[in-house]
Design a protein. Sequence first.
Length: 668
Amino acid sequence: MSGELRVLGACPLDCPDTCSWVVTVEDGAAVKLRGNPDQPYTRGALCVKVNRYLEHTRADDRILHPMRRVGPKGSGQFERITWEEALDEISVRLRGIVEEHGGEAIWPYLGTGSLGYLQGCEGVAGRRFWNMLGASKHWLNICSAAGNSGLRRTNGTAGGMDPENFALSKLILLWGTNTLTTGHHLWKFIQDARADGAHVVAIDPIRTRTADQADEHLAIRPGTDGALALGLLNVVLAENAQDEEYLAEHTEGWAEFREEILRYPVERVAEITGIPAEAVHRLGMRLAHTRPTALRATHGLQRHAGGGAALRTIAAIPGVTGDWRHPGGGLAFSTSDHVHLDIDRRDDLLAKPVRTLVMTKLASQLESVKCLWVYAANPAGSSPDANAIRRGLAREDLFTVVMEHFPTDTVDYADIVLPATMQTEHHDLHAGYGHMYLLWNEQAVPPPGECLSTTETFRRLAAHMGMTEPSLFDSDLELAEQLLSSGHPSLEGITLDRLRKEGWMRMSYPRPFTPFAEGFPTPSGRLRFPPPDQAYVPSHTAAAAGGSPYPLTLITPASHTFLNTTFGNNPELRRRAKDPVVLVNPADAAARGLADGRRVRVHNDGGEFLADVEVSDRVAAGVVASRKGHWPKLSPGGAGPNAVVAERDGDMGRGPAFHDNLVEITPV
C-alpha cells in the first residue's frame, strides 16, 4: 500500500467521551492521530493521554509474541514461544482443569482496558468460548455498579441527560467529577452555558483542575454526598420551590421522602459534610430558583459504603425541582442505558447454570479458581487488597493466562502471555457512556509481530480445542451486524455499512432529549424517591470516625496523565506525572512534621505504599489524596494505593469502596 489514507476510528479507553478519531496512514504505517473535527462531541480534540497513542503502540516494551514463564511467579521472566506451542499448552491445561475440577474453576477476568463491544468489556469478547467450557461468569462491578444500581432504583434506568444539553443549563453542579481530567469534552458545552449566564459549582473533596475553573467550589467531606443532597432540598422546601405538579404526576413516595428531607436542615448538613452552612444555604437558594439545573455526577462519588444511596438521592433532586421537564435540566451519570445493542451472552451454550465471580473480590475468591484468564485488565495494579491478590497470583497450582500489550504487574505472574492488538490494529464497535453516539473503529494498520485481536484469539483457540459450534467462528463484521440487530427504535437508520463509511452516528433520540419529561421506565411510570433508610448511608470512614488508629481518609482520584493503569509505562507521561504524591492539608502535615517532598508511608492494617508529600490546601484537614494509575512495580516500594484499599462492598450493586479508607502517614 502506498500514498496517504485517512481511517476513521474511536478511542477504546475507559472514559465517558469515547472520542471519534482519524488515523493518517502512509505506506502502511500510522503516522498521525487526531480527534475527528466532524464529530459533534469530539470536536477535533483528544486528551493529553491519547495524543500519545500512536507512540504507545510502537513502544519498546510492547509484547509482540507469545511467551511462557521460566522464572518464579512474579519475576516477569519469560521465554518466547510460538502460537502453536501456546495454544497446545493452553488447550491441555484447560481440558485438564475442566475434567478434574469442572468448568467453574476457570475465571475469565475481563476489565475496562477496552470498552469495545467486540474486543472489550462491553460486549461479546470470549463469552461464547467460555460458555462452551462451562466457565464461571465474571461480574464487572469495578466502575459504576453502585451508582447504576442507585439510579435504577430511583429512575428505572441509569440513563439520563444528553450531556450536550448542558449547553442549555443555567445552573450546573459538577458533583464528584473532575471534568477537565476525566471527560474534558463536556467542558465545551459547559462553556457554552456559561456564555449564556450559567453558574457552575464543583462539589468535590479536592480542589481539582475543574474546581479551579468553576464559579464556586464546595469541599465536601468524602462519602457525605447524600446528606448534602438532602440539605439542598431542605432549602428548596423552605422556599416552597418544589414542583408540585411534577411531583403529583410523575413521582411516588414523596410524602415519606419529604419528611426525611426535613430532618436535614442546613446546620446539620454543614456538620456532616464539612461545608459551611452559608455555602449550603446559598447553593440551595440557587437550586430553588434556577431552571434548568443540570447535575453531572460520575463514578468517584459512588465508590464508598453509601455510594448507591448517594446517587439515588442526588437523582431525586430533579424530581423535586421538576428539572426533568426542561431541556438542559436533570442528571447525567452514564448514557450506557440509552444504548440498545443486541448483546447476546449465548447462555444457551452452557450445559448448566454456573456461578458468578465478582471482579473486585479477586483477592478472596481466587482460592477456588484453577485458571485465571486476564484480558483488558491489570488487577495487580487496579483491584482492591493488592497484597492478597499478589499472594493468590503466586500460587503454583493456579494457571494464569494474560492477554496484554505491555509487561504489567499482572503479566509478571502469568504462566502464558498472549500478545494483543491495540485499537489501530483491529475492528471494534463503541458507544460512549458520556454521549449519544455509536462509533465504528476501522482497522488502520496490520498488527505488529504476532499480535492477535481478542476475537481472533478465541476463534483460534476454539478451533485448536476441536470445538465445532458455528457461532464461535463468527467474524468481527458478523458480530457487529448481530449487535446492531436489536430492532430498538434508537438504532433506526443505523447500519454497519453507514458506520464504517461515516465513523459515527447519533442514536435516534430527539434533540433536545428530555427523557423523563413525561414519565420514567419504572413499573409505575414514576420516579421512586428513596425510603428514609436509603437517603443517606454514611461511609465506612464516617462510621469509624474517632474509633480508629488511622485518622485520615484516603481518596484515590484519577490521574491527568494515566487512564487507570493504561499509559503507566509511557516514558513521557510518567515524566509528567512524576513519582506518586500524596496531598496533605497543612494542618495534618504540621501535626506529623511533614514538609513538601518528604517521602512517607501511607499505611493501615491492609498494607502500605510510599509517596512524596505535597502540602496543599487542595484537600481539607483529615483528608489525603493520592492519584491512581502508577504501576506498582514502577513505584517506590513496589506498591500503589490499592495496597491499603480494603476488599469491601458498598451498599448497592456490590460496588467497591476505593475512596472509603482510613490511613495514617508516617515519614520513611
